[in-house]
Design a protein around this ligand. Sequence first.
Ligand code: SF4
Ligand code: SF4
Length: 203
Amino acid sequence: MLNNYLLYLGFITNKIQKYFDEQKDYIKCSKGCAKCCEHAQFPYSEIEFKLIFEGLKSLEPEEHKTVVDNINQIIKDRAEFLKSPSKEPFRYKCPFLINNECSVYYYRGLVCRTFGLMTFIPDSPKTPRIPFCAYEGLNFSEVLDKKQNNISDEKFSQLGYKEEPKAYNIDYSTLINEEIANGFGFRFGNIKPLIEWFIKDNN
Ligand code: SF4
Ligand code: SF4
């Protein structure tokens, strides 16, 4: 099943790369920037978890230990967090982030592959989801209207870029479509925050 998922991953990663290429004028991602890996929930389906677990197994002993220590610390932090009622979900720094780089880049999940692009869900094609880092001077910040929380046509025309800022139908809910998975011969399975896959009683 993992091999069939890898076929899908190749297909979708090519598509996502094409979108990054189209939007290159607005993309500020660079080596060492990993803000998108630092404070989130990171939804992972079962098949994605199986792949990233292979990534964990492939790490050299020192990196493996760092990631396992990170995982254990996050599990403790989560338990502490859950002691007090909160409307906010538990967010954390991804345990696979080492020195601001993804230690399992080849094995990373679908949501990780879309960080930085604008996405939309099929029900709301006119409502782009702007990456949070636009508000921190990074991707799409040159065309962001902070007051209106949207993309400014005026700023786009002033810049004179050829390609307009676009949102793509690659929201996580679209990427984990079970019908498409069936076509490739695998199932996504359950979905939960990455860290929860490492909590035994939760599996
Ligand atoms: S798996 Fe890699 S890309 Fe994804 S959140 Fe973790 S460090 Fe970032
Ligand atoms: S998506 Fe934003 S935060 Fe993430 S690497 Fe790119 S510029 Fe940095």
